[in-house]
Write a protein that binds this ligand. Structure first.
Ligand code: DAH
Length: 353
C-alpha cells in the first residue's frame, strides 16, 4: 500500500462528491434518483467501497479515514434527501398544472342576461322577511281546498252572499261543488289553528284563484298573503299597529295606513285597510280617484264562530287576521298599469326588477 493512502482516500472522496453533484443535476425522474442513491449511498455503493482500503491503514489513519468517509456519507445523504423533496415538489406542481381543469366560465356575450326572481316571488319574499322580523312564522296550505276550509269554517255558510263575490273554480271531484281551487288564503288560518295551540303569529302567502276575466287590475290566478295572530288579550290596537309597521317597512316613511269599517264573515269587527296612494303620495290623482288613498286588503278581529270551528275557546283566546293581494301590492309599488304583464313572462318587463 502506498504511504499516501490516506491522501488518496481523501482525494477519492472529493472526486466521488463532485461526481455525485453533477449526476444529481442530471436526474430527470424518481427512478434515476433512486439509482443514483443506490450506486453511491447503499451498502455496496461507491462510498461503502472506500471502506475496503481501511484495513491497510494503521489505527490512527484508519480512524481519520473512517471519519472522513462517514462525514462524506452524511453530507451526500443530506443532499440526496434535499433533492428528493425538491424534485417531488416540482413534479407535483407539474402534475397539478397538467391536471388543472378550468371551471370558470367566460361570458363573451355582452347581452348575457343571468335571470332573476320574478317580481311576485321577490315581493313575497320581502313581505315574509318583514313579518319574520316582527316575530311571525311563515306557513303554507294546499291550493285545492274543500268547501269546509274555504268557506264554512270561515263562517261563510252555503247560500251566504259572500260566496257569490268569490266566483270559484270547482273541481269535478267527490260531491258537486265540494272541492275547489281556494279563492283566498284565509283557509290556511283554519289549518294553522288546527295544527297547533296558540300563541300563533303566522303569515301565509300563496296562490289563489277566481273566475275573473283578466283585465288591467285582475288575473284569474293571483297571490295573497294572510296574517293571523291568536293569543291572550289581543286588541284592535295590535292589529292597527301591525298593519302600520309593515306598511312603513315595505313602502317607506311617506306612506301610512288607515282602517275603514267593512264586513268580512270571518272577522268582527272588520276593516279594509288603505295606504297613502303611492302614485301621488296623498295629493290626489287618477289612480286613487282623487282621494289620496288606495285600498290594499281586509282585516279584523277573529270572529268567535271561527274559533269555535277549530275548537278554540273565544272566551280564552282573542286574535286578529288580515289578508291582501301580493300582486296588487307589487303593482302599486312599481306603478304597473296592467296586471297581465306579470303573467306574460316577457323578459323586457321582467328584467327591470
Ligand atoms: N280573504 C279576504 C279576501 O280574499 C281578505 C281578508 C279580509 C282576509 C279580512 C282576512 C281578513 O284575514 O281578516 O278578500
Amino acid at each position: 500500500m502506498p504511504e499516501n493512502l490516506l491522501e488518496e482516500i481523501a482525494g477519492q472522496i472529493e472526486t466521488l462528491k463532485s461526481r455525485f453533484h453533477s449526476q444529481l443535476k442530471l436526474v430527470k425522474d424518481l427512478g434515476q434518483l433512486k439509482e443514483l442513491e443506490a450506486s453511491v449511498l447503499s451498502k455496496k455503493g461507491t462510498i461503502a467501497q472506500l471502506n475496503r482500503h481501511l484495513g491497510a491503514l494503521d489505527p490512527e489513519e484508519r480512524r481519520t479515514a473512517g471519519a472522513l468517509i462517514n462525514q462524506a456519507r452524511t453530507e451526500l445523504q443530506a443532499e440526496f434527501e434535499q433533492s428528493l423533496s425538491q424534485l417531488m415538489k416540482k413534479w407535483r406542481e407539474e402534475e397539478l398544472a397538467v391536471e388543472k381543469i378550468d371551471l370558470s366560465e367566460i361570458i363573451s356575450d355582452s347581452n348575457f342576461f343571468a335571470g332573476r326572481m320574478h317580481l311576485i316571488t321577490r315581493t313575497r319574499q320581502e313581505l315574509e322577511d318583514v313579518f319574520v322580523g316582527m316575530g311571525f312564522t311563515v306557513e303554507e296550505g294546499p291550493e285545492v281546498e274543500s268547501d269546509w276550509y274555504n268557506f264554512e269554517a270561515l263562517n261563510i255558510p252555503p247560500y251566504h252572499p259572500a260566496r257569490a263575490g268569490q266566483d270559484s273554480f270547482y273541481l269535478r271531484y267527490r260531491e258537486p261543488e265540494s272541492m275547489l281551487l281556494r279563492t283566498h288564503t284565509s283557509p290556511v288560518q283554519i289549518r294553522v289553528m288546527q295544527s297547533r295551540q296558540p300563541p300563533i303569529y303566522a303569515v301565509m302567502p300563496g296562490r289563489v284563484f277566481r273566475r275573473d276575466t283578466a283585465d288591467a287590475r285582475h288575473t284569474p290566478a293571483f297571490h295573497q298573503i294572510e296574517g293571523l295572530v291568536v293569543d291572550k288579550g289581543i286588541t284592535f290596537g295590535h292589529l292597527a299597529g301591525t298593519i302600520e309597521t309593515f306598511t312603513q317597512a315595505i313602502f317607506g316613511p311617506n306612506i301610512v295606513s288607515r282602517l275603514r269599517p267593512a264586513f268580512f264573515p270571518f272577522t268582527e269587527p272588520s276593516a279594509e285597510f288603505e295606504i297613502t296612494c303611492t302614485i301621488c303620495e296623498g295629493g290626489g290623482c287618477r289612480t286613487c280617484s282623487q282621494t289620496g288613498w288606495i285600498e290594499l286588503g281586509g282585516c279584523g278581529m277573529v270572529d268567535p264562530n271561527v274559533f269555535n270551528a277549530v275548537g278554540l275557546d273565544p272566551e280564552e283566546w282573542s286574535g286578529f287576521a288580515f289578508g291582501f293581494g301580493i300582486d296588487r301590492l307589487a303593482q302599486m309599488r312599481h306603478s304597473i298599469s296592467d296586471m297581465r304583464v306579470l303573467l306574460d313572462n316577457d323578459v323586457r318587463f321582467l328584467r327591470q326588477f
